[in-house]
Design a binder for this molecule. Structure first.
Ligand code: ZN
Length: 161
């Protein structure tokens, strides 16, 4: 009797679509992003690992850099660095890198170019970043033009020339 009761239920379920497998329900990630593990929790907690979409250009190890909340996770790309004052030691006065705060209202959570001038960071959208690049190219051309007017270095004493 129990056997036929189960058979009735199985027959009734024939028209119901089966559940998708775990692989099929993996969250969709936008092109240019991948899912990466991120450690989230207070500094006193061991933390929880969550998987977050991370842009391909991001170089942050989100497991090593624990965020207190998911909303605190930010993405940063490789830094391009220029030193204009070698006399100030290791401090690098100018750095640029891609950055993104997905949960932030600023920049609508979209990536931007971070320009760090002596720890003062400004955010540049695409048009502003391209305008900055044009300015830097013009500046570099001026540096080269002036440099080429300088006399050549004298040979160092004692060196064979
Ligand atoms: Zn990232």
């Amino acid at each position: 009797m129990a056997q036929s009761a189960i058979s009735q239920h199985v027959a009734a379920l024939k028209g119901v679509a089966s559940q998708p497998t775990a692989a099929a329900v993996r969250p969709a990630v936008k092109p240019g992003y991948r899912l990466v593990p991120a450690l989230v929790g207070r500094s006193t907690d061991p933390g929880t690992v969550a998987h977050v979409p991370c842009p391909d250009w991001c170089t942050v190890d989100h497991l090593a850099e624990k965020a207190v909340f998911l909303e605190d996770i930010n993405h940063e790309g490789e830094r391009a660095v220029m030193s204009l004052s070698p006399s100030r030691g290791d401090r690098v006065p100018v750095e640029v890198y891609l950055s993104q705060w997905p949960a932030s209202n600023g920049e609508d959570g979209r990536p931007f170019l971070a320009v760090d001038v002596d720890y003062e960071v400004s955010n540049y959208s695409r048009p502003a970043a391209l305008a900055l690049a044009d300015q830097l190219v013009a500046f570099a051309e001026n540096v080269r033009r002036l440099a080429e007017t300088l006399p050549a270095d004298k040979p160092v004493r004692g060196e064979d020339v």
